[in-house]
Unconditional design. Structure first.
Length: 285
């Protein structure tokens, strides 16, 4: 796990444990001896792309630092029903307390990775990469963006802090493309920040306005048709990265990519997914 992700992931794990356990796992505490140890396995019940194994180990170790974690499969592996992702052995109450937290995180992460892999596979052989968006589950953004990468996609910006993205509302409120770009450059110079500038364009003429105003690092074609995208790529002529966004589906994804864009952003990678079915089961001694 990249170090930049760790603080966010650890805070999420703490919140997930707190909201599930509350003042105690009274079911386990009332039925399992406090010193009992046990073993469990993660059983895959649906085909897809596995994600969250590393996070699962982190949850187990948070609840029981003495846990023994045996990884069988890795994040990014294509899985089929009946496979075992890992075995874990430790304090039995801690394992039971971790169960639902781990399943909630892993099932959603694996759903995102599986969805992303479908889109990434459709782009095989082309230079175009599929990007995620900020359409994520509140609090789970880092895990969902990790899952996108595990599934073969790439991350757009993480949040509002790591790129300047001048979208339609920013441009309209700023008084046009020229004002928005000038303001962005002046802000970066004043704050001594080194951030890329991306700007959204809504017409082919907007592309010309961007370059007349000094250009940008990346230009986002918003809701362009395939034909407009092809013409837009010709107008940019390699002077900036190009991202297609809006109206992109699995069916037309490759058509846009074949126009020569560098990226296609797809909100559905994270906000229209189905969690991958799996379960944690006891391993008999």
């Amino acid at each position: 796990m990249e170090k930049a992700y760790e603080p966010y992931v650890d805070r999420l794990i703490e919140l997930a444990i707190a909201e599930d356990i509350g003042d105690g796992d009274h079911t386990s505490l009332s039925s399992i001896p406090a010193d009992r140890r046990g073993r469990m396995k993660l059983l895959i019940k649906q085909a897809g792309v596995l994600a969250g194994v590393e996070v699962a180990e982190r949850v187990f170790r948070r609840l029981d630092p003495t846990v023994a974690f045996e990884r069988i499969l890795n994040d990014g592996d294509r899985v089929e029903p009946g496979q075992i992702a890992f075995y874990v052995e430790g304090n039995l109450i801690s394992l039971l307390q971790a169960e639902r937290v781990i399943l909630n995180l892993m099932q959603r992460m694996s759903g995102v990775a599986t969805q992303t892999a479908v889109y990434a596979d459709r782009l095989r052989g082309l230079k175009t990469k599929v990007l995620d968006t900020r359409k994520t589950t509140p609090g789970m953004r880092m895990l969902e963006k990790m899952a996108v990468r595990i599934g073969g996609g790439e991350n757009h910006r993480i949040g509002l802090f790591d790129m300047i993205l001048l979208k339609d509302n920013h441009i309209d409120f700023a008084g046009g493309i020229e004002n928005a770009l000038r303001g962005a450059r002046e802000y970066l110079a004043e704050k001594h920040k080194d951030l890329k500038i991306e700007i959204e364009v809504r017409s082919l003429d907007d592309i010309d306005r961007v370059f007349a105003a000094g250009g940008a690092d990346r230009i986002m074609f918003d809701n362009f048709t395939v034909e407009q995208t092809r013409e837009g790529v010709a107008r940019v002529a390699g002077r900036a990265e190009i991202e297609s966004s809006g109206g992109i589906t699995l069916e037309n994804l490759r058509d846009y990519a074949e126009c020569g864009v560098d990226y296609v952003s797809v909100g559905a990678l994270t906000h229209q997914i189905k969690s991958l079915d799996m379960s944690l089961k006891a391993v008999e001694a």
